[in-house]
Design a protein around this ligand. Structure first.
Ligand SMILES: CC(C)(COP(=O)(O)OP(=O)(O)OC[C@H]1O[C@@H](n2cnc3c(N)ncnc32)[C@H](O)[C@@H]1OP(=O)(O)O)[C@@H](O)C(=O)NCCC(=O)NCCS
Length: 273
């Protein structure tokens, strides 16, 4: 079966696929303007994201293992990984995904602890592939502040009564550029949609630029808005996050970036609200 849950030894190949498939994305020009000069530093950011994600007990990595028998840079133990997805379970029940005891289960601390270690490490060893503050952009986007900075603009697409707090989310999806358009992406999406159906929950994705037709075809029928065009709903959300304090304009919009289609598989019935 080419589709399976990832193992710890897949972290290297997963990071490489993420780094390669997002390499030419418009957003990367802002987040990693020096990725060509410092490929090792660029890959190391993806590795950090993959490792912290691995220890996040509300999320799960799924991989597509190629069956053509060829070996390459993404080969471990004789198999080649050509596609990856990270699915997450939000709201009640997310602790049951990996069998956490309760909210106080100490394993929940592993991922934030690793993020802290990586933050300290970055303080001493600067990552040379990422954007540095300049007078024109004193608070550049990076892989660590991107989510918290965007959240005040997009939160209502998740918390509004039209959407359900308990849901599955496709957090990341990437297929090795050499293996795209062979149905692998669709299979990785189908895995999570099946889990959502089994749990009786909807699923949501925030799509990269121009991926709307792909996701609509996969089953995310309801495009409810764009992260890049979203406006601030409530300024107090912004003040609660240190990372966003300097940026009261949408960080994507302010940089002329598009994309970020927020797409649900189903919306809540009017009478359920
Ligand atoms: C988006 C991505 C995951 C799709 O994976 P994939 O394996 O190439 O997609 P599939 O082969 O399963 O595509 C299924 C169908 O959607 C179509 N499709 C795929 N990507 C598409 C796109 N960007 N726009 C329109 N249609 C697309 C395919 O042509 C295929 O249709 P077909 O069956 O008629 O040939 C892959 O292109 C990728 O990794 N892109 C870079 C990273 C990225 O943007 N990830 C998404 C982040 S939200």
């Amino acid at each position: 079966m080419p589709l399976r849950l990832a193992t710890f030894s897949d972290i290297g190949p997963i990071s490489k696929i993420l780094a390669a498939s997002f390499y030419d994305e418009e957003l990367n020009d802002h987040i990693f303007p020096f990725r060509k000069q410092y490929p090792h530093d660029y890959l190391s950011v993806w590795k950090q994201k993959t490792v912290t994600g691995w220890w996040d007990y509300s999320k799960v990595w799924v991989v597509w293992e190629n069956e053509d028998g060829l070996t390459g840079p993404n080969t471990t133990s004789g198999t080649t990984i050509t596609g990856v997805a990270q699915w997450g379970r939000e709201g009640e029940g997310s602790d049951r995904l990996w069998g956490l005891v309760r909210w106080w289960d100490p394993r929940r601390l592993i991922s934030p602890f690793l993020s802290f270690i990586y933050t300290v490490r970055r303080f001493f060893i600067r990552n040379r592939s990422v954007a540095q503050p300049t007078p024109a952009d004193p608070n550049p986007l990076n892989k660590w502040n991107f989510g918290p900075r965007l959240w005040p603009f997009t939160s209502h697409y998740f918390t509004h009564p039209a959407y359900r707090r308990n849901h599955w989310e496709l957090c990341t999806l990437a297929v090795d550029p050499a293996y795209q358009r062979r149905g692998i992406g669709q299979q990785l999406v189908a895995w999570g949609l099946e889990r959502a159906r089994t749990d009786g929950l909807p699923a949501v994705v925030i799509g990269a630029t121009d991926t709307e037709p792909f996701y609509q075809r996969c089953g995310f029928k309801y495009l409810v808005g764009y992260a890049s065009k979203a406006e601030l709903e409530d300024e107090k959300d912004l003040d609660s996050s240190k990372a966003t304090r300097l940026d009261k304009t949408n960080p994507l919009n302010a940089r002329g970036l598009g994309g970020g289609a927020i797409m649900w598989t189903e919306l809540r019935d009017e009478d359920e609200k």
